[in-house]
Design a protein around this ligand. Structure first.
Ligand SMILES: Nc1ncnc2c1ncn2[C@@H]1O[C@H](COP(=O)(O)OP(=O)(O)OP(=O)(O)O)[C@@H](O)[C@H]1O
Length: 249
């Protein structure tokens, strides 16, 4: 059986009497891609905030492998291996795509400190691998400022991968993307399966169908259902609470 990378156990937060996340428990296996689905206000972003330390929980626990990271400071959780991609890019616009990835590699503690004095072969291969994974090989010498919206998002994802986090949290990775960019993003995400552990918050059902293995549906801060795409699409509770009588869009 695969090892458990992330354990969320009875997690919740009370915002002055309102429980945006209310006793959520789930486990994510190493190498798994888990989709978090739910209507606006279901608690998805808050759950990510609780895991990444942006918001402090008022109940429950979070474990990264065997380490209890509950309510650690955000930077400490990031350093422990929870990588989070936000909508707003943090790429260096006046550096090339490759240089952005090289800089991110320097933040990876497993990369030797002599990086700046001759980028070593292993580090170069790692950057090449990330360029390939994110479909940015041909853009490697372009300044990040000249990338399209989609390419910028893929570079952002690449920066995360380069740091080799134990768990990657992606909040609506296809927001604002064209259909073609969304499709490309599904290819990238699919190629990460098995190599990285991902939790993806996403609304776009077409995208979810392309990437999802296991889906957790949140509703009113609680887990409503868990299963594969077909089980979720045909689940009466999910249809009633979230997808409407016409089913999934
Ligand atoms: N700091 C806060 N104080 C009070 N209420 C909050 C706070 N943060 C979030 N909420 C509320 O908690 C609920 C869950 O919000 P959250 O953003 O987690 O939902 P979501 O599932 O991510 O929705 P969306 O898909 O719209 O992003 C919402 O009703 C929101 O208004």
């Amino acid at each position: 059986m695969a090892e458990i990378a992330l354990t969320i156990d009875g997690l919740g937060v009370d915002f002055g009497g309102f429980k945006a996340v209310n006793g959520v428990s789930l486990t994510i296996e190493e190498g798994e891609l888990r989709v978090l689905l739910g209507a606006n206000g279901a608690g998805k972003t808050t759950l990510m905030d609780l895991v990444s330390g942006k918001t402090k929980s008022t109940e429950g626990r979070v474990f990264l492998h065997d380490t209890d990271i509950t309510n650690w400071e955000e930077h400490k959780i990031a350093r422990a291996g929870v990588g989070r991609k936000f909508q707003i890019p943090s790429v260096f616009k006046d550096l090339t795509v490759r240089r952005n990835l090289e800089v991110a590699s320097c933040r990876n503690p497993s990369v030797p400190a002599n990086l700046w004095f001759g980028f070593n072969k292993q580090a170069r291969e790692d950057v090449d691998r990330v360029l390939e994974l994110t479909g940015l090989t041909e853009e490697s010498d372009r300044l990040a400022a000249y990338l399209s919206h989609g390419q910028t998002q893929w570079l952002e994802l690449g920066l995360l991968i380069t740091q080799n986090p134990k768990v990657i949290l992606l909040d609506e990775p296809t927001a604002g993307m064209t259909q073609a960019e969304t499709h490309k993003t599904s290819e990238i995400v699919n190629s990460l399966k098995g190599k990285h552990t991902l939790v993806v918050v996403e609304h776009d059902m077409a995208f979810v169908r392309e990437i999802a293995e296991r889906i957790t549906v949140l509703h009113l801060g609680q887990v409503l259902a868990e299963g594969n795409v077909e089980q979720i699409e045909t689940n009466p509770k999910v249809r009633e609470a979230y997808l409407g009588s016409k089913g999934i869009g």
